[in-house]
Write a protein that binds this ligand. Structure first.
Ligand SMILES: [Zn+2]
Length: 354
């Protein structure tokens, strides 16, 4: 993680010194060129983003945006991208302690005021860097005193941060009406360009974007930073059963897992790397004894591979970020997609919707 362009002027250098003085533990995290190097903030650091920054992507080349992980919502009821379909959504990853983030706020607030009634929803994902930024009372106080009126959701566990492959504050994503990431900008600036993107997407027809969606293979739509670890490291991190299933493509016995009969609302994350994979919204009772879903949260978060083991031709489903085996996908499901993602409970970690 790094803060972009911090050392650009004497004022910024002064700010850096202040930061170091105020938070001594912060000092050791500054690497070359004034970039902060992550040590503690996010356990699984990713090195690049899903889309290329500063280029306006056509819908056909844009990945679906992952939905927000559970957090505390300020200024609104909990929102989901699914519920926001039909609106243009600007997602800003920020934290109130970040000098560069504070500099972007006037523009972000402006867009909210100017385009909210025209179909734009701004969501601030508050991803803290330092301990005081994790305290809800501090976030509430700063949101109010900074005059932020749009919805803000806390991301203290960095789940949304990781799902979007963010590595710097602030990072802005602009999503089209069908929930695809069409624009990314890291750091301050590019305000005019970002506003032009908002205007273009507000003028775009939702059905057009969806039409393109169906013709795009997920393989070509996203380049996600991979998490690569040695077998030994995985063995240490995972339980023996998790290791057998996730890393050795094993299968748990049916009707024995934790989730085949789980009917609670929430999100299922990769048990190895924490990427959001499936939602209770697409879970159905398949009668197989394994958790079954008719769609992933985003086709960008999984990969499909042909699996010819056990003299069968099946399609193996893996986590796109860490390559862990999840289960298989079959085309024998009832509505609405006809697909049945048959997943091992032990490959998942369920987080109940709060
Ligand atoms: Zn994973």
């Amino acid at each position: 993680m790094r803060r972009k362009g911090l050392i650009v002027s004497g004022v910024a250098v002064f700010a850096l010194i202040l930061t170091v003085v105020v938070y001594p533990s912060h000092a050791k995290r500054w690497g070359s060129g004034g970039m902060a190097v992550s040590e503690t903030a996010a356990p699984a650091v990713v090195s690049s983003r899903a889309v290329s920054p500063d280029s306006f992507l056509p819908a056909s080349e844009s990945p679906m945006a992952p939905d927000f992980a559970p957090g505390t919502w300020i200024n609104s009821e909990p929102l989901s991208l699914k519920a926001l379909r039909g609106r243009v959504v600007l997602v800003e990853f920020w934290t109130f302690g970040c000098y560069n983030c504070r500099n972007t706020l006037p523009s972000v607030k402006n867009w909210d005021a100017r385009y909210r009634d025209k179909g734009l929803t701004v969501v601030g994902v508050h991803s803290p860097e330092l301990a005081p930024e994790k305290k809800l009372e501090n976030v509430r106080r700063e949101v109010a005193s900074l005059g932020v009126r749009y919805p803000v959701v806390t991301d203290n566990a960095y789940e949304t941060w990781k799902a979007y492959n963010v590595d710097a504050w602030p990072t802005i994503f602009v999503l089209d009406k069908s929930g695809k990431i069409r624009w990314t900008h890291v750091g301050e600036g590019a305000y005019e360009k970002t506003e032009q993107v908002i205007q273009k997407l507000l003028a775009e027809d939702k059905s057009q974007a969806e039409e393109t969606d169906r013709t795009v293979s997920p393989e070509t739509s996203v380049v996600m930073a991979k998490i690569v670890k040695s077998d030994e490291a995985w063995r240490k991190e995972l339980s023996p059963e998790q290791y057998r299933v996730l890393r050795q493509a094993g299968t748990e016995r049916s009707y024995t897992g934790a989730y085949w009969n789980n009917h609670e609302k929430g999100v299922y994350y990769c048990a190895a790397c924490g990427l959001p994979l499936f939602s209770s919204d697409t879970k159905f009772d398949s009668g197989t004894g394994w958790p079954s879903f008719y769609a992933p949260v985003s086709s960008a978060n999984i990969t499909n591979e042909t699996d010819v083991s056990y003299s069968m031709v099946r399609t193996e489903v893996k986590c796109r970020r860490c390559g862990s085996h999840l289960g298989h996908v079959f085309d024998d499901a009832p509505e609405p997609t006809g697909l049945r993602y048959c997943v091992n409970s032990v490959a998942l970690k369920f987080v109940k919707q709060s």
